[in-house]
Design a protein around this ligand. Sequence first.
Ligand SMILES: [Fe+2]
Length: 204
Amino acid sequence: MPYPFKLPELGYPYEALEPHIDAKTMEIHHQKHHGAYVNNLNAALEKYPYLHGAEVEVLLRHLAALPADIQTAVRNNGGGHLNHSLFWELLTPGGAKEPVGELKKAIDEQLGGFAALKEKLTQAAMARFGSGWAWLVKDPFGKLHVISTPNQDNPVMEGFTPIVGIDVWEHAYYLKYQNRRADYLQAIWNVLNWDKAEAFFRKG
Ligand SMILES: [Fe+2]
């Protein structure tokens, strides 16, 4: 949905991911952090009605075409909005706990299986200095890649389709895990919904 962008409902209670991700972290992350990205994105776009019909993915794919004074705001806040919207969906309780269907086949064939993927994604997430994301993405030719992006950059900015995204900003884990990003990254596998990832894979 284009402008005015809205904070999406989580679709599940904040405590649904306990004990792996605590309720307070989820509440602040969703309402305050994601909420701020949405508000700031709308504020940046307000004075440019000709952009109001564009989906956030389109804005992010074409940042260089946007008015210079809002490129940074759209990059940071549009990216923040898109990244978190994907993340909440990927964390929806239930669903498969490991890759399924066409996505499983692609992971097995291209990346050497789920265990190898976990290792690659964890490495990408640990190696991201400061704030950012680790991703499983698909390129336009059907090939999977594990990448990481800084800040709130989204893989669509580089022509990839995001399949799985892991938020490694401290706001995603600090209340429960403090500085222990590695512990958060170990816990995240318990709450990723691979049916959703498979849906993103098929759609992209
Ligand atoms: Fe976040």
